[in-house]
Design a protein around this ligand. Structure first.
Ligand code: SF4
Ligand code: SF4
Length: 448
């Protein structure tokens, strides 16, 4: 039975800033791109080009070195450096710096398959892998691994078009302007899983996209487009599964444990590009928005373009931003260096004015109001997890399932005492992972 998920909040969505802006190319191609070798969950890629090499658009420049997906050049030109550069996830990451020759010489080795109906599961998985596709919603999990690990377990494929984070409109525009690719990508995914039907979930605040996708599905009854109630975090994987199928992913479990695989609509479009058109991931749609931006936009951006250039594309600041984030205001990561460059998971550059940004204030004493408990979509008890975290009682916090926290920020948003709850859960999870690694190493040492 389909169920609405527990908890959640209703932040003002501010999508009106960019929702009607068509996806546009950059007004000027970048002179240089800095392509980070860390674009996914797992091990960073190993650069396979050297300074002085000439590369083409779509040419592989980073090879998998463990769990991951290869990385391709987004412009043609000369490799000027292979070195650590400022990274959107914090610190520095090994990067390939390419000086654009503005020739756009194409160099992908993928073969287009306009008729994909005869491709086997293995062939589709291999194309998705070679195309370097990762979760385009921001999670960055390698898509080929999600498909291959779900074969035989998954009976329901869901596309996530919820885009529940305020301000961001990249997926909305993609569904409106490249809906054929979204639908086609889902049909390819269904073929890979050996399934006949799939579902696309879209929040009701994108009624035009829902109608458009339904029209594209047409008379075929293989795909259902579901209108979802607008409530944050509707687009979180476990909440989406519960809403669409009524199944609850158990604590510590994965979607495949309840027979589901969830892909972002952008990921489906990337699958279509790879399989049908033979194109690896070299570009993505990014929303540049926030009240501090002169002209909010949705842009088709080559990977490796700097945040500074994206802000310039939005005609710069109309007001000094209080905070710049990659992603939305609920889960986004603050940026302090505009030389960082976009990666496959970058869906937005958000520039907030002082008025828009939640003020950085001193925490007050917890009021024991339980509002954080009431909004937590994972049925957690943030107030108690935070108490343990403050005292460094990591194991006690673990017993309250802190590892299941999806860091959605709903508790932070609602807390009247402005306690930095999510930050303390991130620290707690880091400590618990370090403890687990230590315990594992000690066990292995004892066996040796
Ligand atoms: S505890 Fe985690 S999952 Fe629950 S509301 Fe807070 S951030 Fe979201
Ligand atoms: S919402 Fe904030 S003040 Fe209320 S119980 Fe939770 S942590 Fe305490």
């Amino acid at each position: 039975m389909k169920q609405s998920f527990y908890g959640g909040v209703h932040p003002h969505d501010r999508k009106e800033l960019a929702r009607h802006k068509e996806i546009a190319p950059l007004s000027a191609a970048p002179k240089q791109v800095v392509i980070a070798m860390s674009m996914h969950i797992g091990a960073p890629c190993k650069p396979i080009v050297a300074v002085g090499d000439h590369v083409k658009v779509g040419q592989k420049i980073g090879e998998i070195a463990g769990l991951g997906a290869p990385i391709h050049a987004s412009v043609s030109g000369e490799v000027k450096a292979v070195e650590p550069r400022p990274y959107v996830g914090g610190g520095k990451a090994m990067s390939v710096v390419i000086e654009n020759d503005f020739q756009d010489t194409w160099g992908s080795e993928l073969t287009p398959h306009p008729d994909y109906s005869k491709l086997s599961t293995d062939e589709i998985v291999n194309i998705v892998k070679e195309a370097g596709i990762t979760g385009m919603g921001g999670a960055g999990f390698p898509t080929h691994v999600k498909i291959s690990s779900g074969i035989g377990k998954v009976d329901t494929v869901i596309l996530n078009g919820a885009e529940c984070e305020p301000y961001i409109t990249a997926d909305h525009r993609l569904m409106l302007e490249q809906g054929e690719k979204v639908i086609g990508g889902l049909r390819i995914l269904l073929q890979a899983f050996g399934l006949q039907t799939g579902v696309i979930g879209v929040e009701a605040n994108k009624e035009d996209a829902i109608e458009h996708l339904r029209a594209l599905v047409g008379g075929r009854n293989d795909i259902t487009v579901e209108s979802l109630r607008t409530r944050y975090p509707q687009g979180a994987e476990k909440q989406l599964i519960q809403r669409i199928t009524g199944r609850e992913v158990p604590p510590g479990g994965l979607p495949a444990h309840v027979g589901c695989a969830v892909f972002n609509v952008g990921t489906a479009a990337a699958v279509y590009d790879a399989v049908v058109e033979g194109k690896p991931v070299t570009h993505r749609v990014i929303t540049v928005t926030g009240d501090a931006i002169q002209e909010p936009k949705n842009l088709m951006v080559p990977l490796g373009v700097s945040f500074q250039q994206l802000i310039d594309e939005g005609k710069g600041f109309k007001e000094e931003p209080e905070r710049i984030l990659t992603g939305g205001p609920m889960m986004g990561i603050a940026q302090y260096d505009l030389n960082v460059t976009c990666i496959k998971g970058t869906n937005a550059v958000l520039c907030l004015t002082k008025k828009e940004a939640a003020p950085v204030v001193e925490e007050e004493t917890c009021l024991r109001c339980a509002r954080c408990v009431n909004v937590c979509p994972m049925h957690l008890t943030p107030v108690y997890m935070h108490l343990y975290a403050e005292k460094g009682m990591w194991k006690e916090a673990e017993a309250l399932n802190v590892m299941d926290c999806i860091e959605c920020g709903s508790c932070n948003y609602i807390c009247p005492a402005r306690i930095h709850l999510v930050q303390s859960f991130r620290v707690t999870k880091g400590e618990l992972r370090a403890l687990a690694a230590k315990e594992k190493a000690a066990k292995e040492a004892a066996k040796a």
